[in-house]
Design a binder for this molecule. Structure first.
Ligand code: GLN
Length: 473
């Protein structure tokens, strides 16, 4: 049998639609891969009904029936995305046995194009974390170096793609959860403009910042899958139209943020970044831009996101949804005991932080202030995009770290999000592309951000970067 794990999603799709290979063969191949590589702990459940689904697609293709643009292709979903009749636990003990009563819009759109959902991927509990160590299923391992973290929270999705267990996996990104693990495992991950993809049926922890999107091996795969899942949805009032057509622009200006450059100066990767800029100056115009409050994005995020956690997770009370502590004696005991047993350490930390910043007396000083700073940051980005098409910056401060290294140091874990969080705070699209190896030989990602609704520009700039970068190497 051919090794399909090296192929992109589009290549697999073309093999199936041209009837060179049956979808059933592809699905069985990837299932076997997932079974053999369980040690990564990237796929926490294989959906074996995918084989039957593949047979149905094969039948449709053989009879000449019209099929969708993802016909027969396997895609994995993060464990916080509902797929009717399948378990969805957000990697939390609270929801361990929860079965989705309906499908999320994202899944419905994938199924409408005849994609096959192969399984669910590991993640940090309720998507809080940057390493995929906060999971009730145990830690997910880096695809390149086993004793290093996968990154998070969509670590399982990134590792599944990088280790060839599936050609594409959907993740969610609230503060960097798609881009950071994509960077740590050497794959491509995009976070679209806020509202581009419906959040209906996705268990969000910070609804005002969160977006679902693909992680894949190539930019083109991400572009195709994003196009499928994007668009207005009557179930999510924040949604906007689907993606724009390809940009007609031919020359692009890249902005280098003064403040990011300064941050980077103290790291080992500063020289590499400057070299990259130098190489890019052949094909792009490069300008310096100023986003004075970009660094406040992180503190802003760690006030706003926990505030939303406190409110969004309040419904997990032990009365509805799976988990209920057996030994509770009264109603309050049900609430307290179920939450004590059901939630992990990081989730509890965020709930406490969130309740604090929302409490009377502190609301103005923290939550409202953070909202004001968010507005300021948005305006600064808007202004920056008057002089450039995309902002270029690293995805992370460095390579994947060792498993366990940051577990007792939440602040240093939060700092991981320094370069990714600004895009969520500003609501703009951003992509991480593999571009170099760090001193430990592990992948490093480069990030591009574009103005809101300009995914077309983001993809075009990414493709040019990739082309140039390949020639460089
Ligand atoms: N690491 C960030 C956090 O823990 C990002 C999480 C996310 O994007 N879901 O909040």
């Amino acid at each position: 049998m051919m090794d399909y794990s090296k192929l992109s999603l589009i290549e697999i799709r073309d093999l199936i639609s041209s009837q060179k290979v049956k979808s059933e063969e592809i699905i069985r191949f990837f299932i076997e891969k997932c079974e053999k590589k369980r040690e990564f702990n990237a796929i926490i459940e294989i959906f074996y009904d995918s084989i039957e689904k593949a047979k149905e697609i094969d039948k449709k293709i053989a009879s000449g029936e019209k099929v969708g643009i993802l016909a027969g292709v396997p895609i994995a979903i993060k464990d916080n995305i509902l797929y009717k009749g399948h378990r969805c636990s957000c990697a939390s003990k609270f929801l361990e046995s929860f079965v989705a009563p309906y499908s999320s819009t994202v899944v419905k759109k994938l199924l409408k194009e005849d994609a096959i959902i192969l399984g669910r991927t590991n993640m940090d509990e309720f998507a809080m974390g940057g390493s995929c160590e906060n999971s009730c299923y145990g830690v997910c391992h880096n695809a390149v170096k086993f004793d290093c973290v996968a990154g998070g929270s969509s670590g399982g999705s990134a590792v599944a793609v990088a280790a060839g267990l599936v050609p594409c996996a959907i993740g969610t990104d609230t503060g960097g959860s798609i881009r950071q693990p994509a960077s740590f495992n050497g794959v491509v991950g995009i976070k679209p403009t806020y509202g581009r993809v419906s959040r209906f049926g996705i268990v969000a922890f910070a609804s005002s910042l969160d977006q679902a999107s693909p992680i894949a091996k190539t930019i083109e795969d991400c572009e195709l899958v994003l196009k499928v899942i994007a668009g207005r949805d009557e179930h999510d009032g924040t949604t906007i139209d689907g993606c724009n057509e390809k940009t007609t622009k031919t020359r692009f200006t890249l902005g280098v943020c003064k403040q990011v450059k300064a941050d980077l100066a103290s790291t080992k990767y500063s020289d590499k970044f400057l070299q990259t800029l130098q190489a890019l100056s052949k094909d792009f115009d490069i300008v310096e831009i100023d986003i004075p409050h970009i660094e406040n994005s992180l503190s802003c995020y760690y006030i706003l996101a926990p505030a939303e956690v406190a409110s969004n997770l309040a419904r997990f009370d032990g009365v509805k949804y799976t988990k209920r502590a057996d030994k509770s004696i009264d109603l309050e005991g049900v609430y307290v005991q179920s939450r004590t047993e059901g939630f992990g350490k990081e989730v509890k930390r965020r709930i406490m932080l969130g309740n604090f910043v929302l409490s009377s007396g502190y609301f103005d000083a923290y939550y409202n202030k953070a909202k004001k700073v968010q507005r300021l940051i948005k305006q600064e980005f808007k202004k920056a995009f008057e002089s450039c098409d995309c902002i270029i910056l690293p995805t992370t401060l460095g390579e994947a770290f060792k498993i366990g290294e940051k577990l007792d140091d939440p602040l240093s874990m939060y700092k991981e999000d320094l370069f990714t969080v600004p895009a969520n705070i500003a609501g703009i699209p951003a992509i991480s592309l593999p571009y170099a190896k760090g001193e430990k030989g592990l992948p490093l990602g480069i990030q591009f951000m574009a103005d809101a609704l300009k995914e077309d520009v983001l993809f075009e700039v990414s493709k040019r970067f990739e082309k140039l970068h390949k020639e460089e190497r």
